[in-house]
Design a protein around this ligand. Sequence first.
Ligand code: GLN
Length: 199
Amino acid sequence: APVIGVLALQGDVREHLAALAAVGAQARPVRRPAELDAVDGLVIPGGESTTISKMVELFELREPIDKRIAAGMPVYGSCAGMIMLAAEVLDGRPDQRGFDGIAMTVRRNAFGRQVDSFEAPVEINGIDGGPLHAVFIRAPWVERVGPDVEVLGTVTEGPAAGRIVAVRQNNLLATSFHPELTHDRRLHAYFVNLVRHAR
Ligand code: GLN
């Protein structure tokens, strides 16, 4: 089974570990560079991107993670994790810094100005069986994507209709929402598959 780490500095780490284990991965928390070396893929959980950014510096994980990303390690970021994977962040704190990740611009707390948290069905390209029940909590949305970024999902109803909330660039996957907070494991299974193929 592929070994998949969850960046365990802040955020909903346990939920991701449980979701990954449920779809056949060997899931483990990652806090140190040596732990990162031992994983085939990494999940960056939801939480608070400004805090995760600071902790990444403190735990000296920035360079090791950037290097693994450059070498093709699959990474999945949900919510704050999506922000950490974005090349550009709008409405971020000036000192927050993400990884060398997806060629996209995200707006932090984007839905928050309309509704803080909400749930909506989101159809994901490449995932069969109907839309995912997506949970958004002070979530970012994607405002611009580069030519190599594949849009996997958009909101289809309500005030945020048309907003991009799931993307993929090669081995990097990001969603605005939190599949780890539902019982639907299809998104985690999709990521585990991606890791299997990348190994
Ligand atoms: N608003 C948070 C941030 O800016 C993300 C919220 C979440 O991960 N649920 O990082």
